[in-house]
Design a protein around this ligand. Structure first.
Ligand SMILES: [Fe+2]
Ligand SMILES: [Fe+2]
Length: 261
């Protein structure tokens, strides 16, 4: 008897989706229904949601692929409905800001969205190898360029208001400060480590673990088009040593480009 697999990517199924999954299991004669995603925050949330149900599970895509013959894909329209969940789940969704993907889609170009997703994935990899919090790494990776699309005038407005002391920095650096402001003031992100990582991701001027992870992942994003595998390997093995190397290379590059003096 096969189980059904529903791929959910970055979406958290609503209570209606859960009822539908239970119905489909019976109709199609499946053993279980497994929701599958590689998004660690979604995975955590769905695990909480399906816990009371004997025949519903959540799993990453690689585990499904390994046992491909035990599954058949079931398609379902996933409709996120924040209010359909109980308070514990809602609190988690808020903390993990799982509305993130829809916010990001509206706030940046497709290319930028691909970059932040790649940075989030790489941040998780580096965090995991160094025994750090993967969920925070994922979140900070996704959010780090939230202010990148703002015009120079918009950035200047926030800089004058909140960070006048850094106004003489190059305009390309400003989005690290304004990003942190937007996250605090508009998107209600309260996690201090995440805020700090965003605030220092251009200059790498903070050496707390999450800040180092995001700084390195941003610079080493494989989609930037150069081979960064040896630096990535070093960051996974020894974050501090990786950070020192990436920082040195990056500052040489920024000086050459005239962004830093
Ligand atoms: Fe950036
Ligand atoms: Fe970036």
């Amino acid at each position: 008897m096969k189980s059904g697999v529903v791929y959910i990517e970055h979406l958290v199924p609503s209570k209606n989706n859960i009822r539908e999954a239970l119905k489909l299991r019976k109709q199609l004669g499946l053993r279980d229904i497994v929701f599958s995603t590689d998004d660690p925050q979604v995975c955590y949330a769905v695990r909480m949601i399906v816990k009371p149900y004997r025949h519903l599970f959540v799993s990453d895509k690689a585990s499904i692929a390994k046992n491909r013959n035990s599954f058949r894909e079931v398609s379902m329209d996933i409709t996120e409905d924040f209010h359909s969940h109980d308070k514990r789940v809602r609190n988690y969704l808020m903390d993990a800001s799982l509305g993130t993907m829809s916010v990001l889609e509206g706030a940046m170009s497709e290319r930028r969205l691909r970059h932040v997703k790649a940075v989030a994935d790489l941040s998780v990899k580096i965090a995991r190898s160094n025994g750090l919090d993967e969920r925070k790494a994922y979140m900070a990776g996704l959010w780090h360029d939230i202010a990148k699309k703002l015009s120079a005038d918009e950035l200047k407005y926030y800089m004058q208001l909140y960070y006048p002391e850094y106004l003489d920095y190059n305009v390309n650096i400003w989005h690290q400060y304004v990003g942190e402001i937007l996250l605090r003031k508009i998107y209600q992100i309260r996690d201090k480590d995440v805020l700090k990582a965003v605030k220092h991701h251009c200059l790498g001027d903070d050496s707390s673990p999450l800040s180092m992870v995001i700084y390195c992942a941003d610079k080493l994003d494989p989609s930037r088009g150069y081979d960064s595998s040896s630096q990535i390997e070093l960051c996974c093995r020894d974050l501090k040593a990786g950070f020192r190397l990436v920082h040195k290379e990056q500052h040489e590059y920024l000086r050459k480009e005239g962004v830093l003096e």
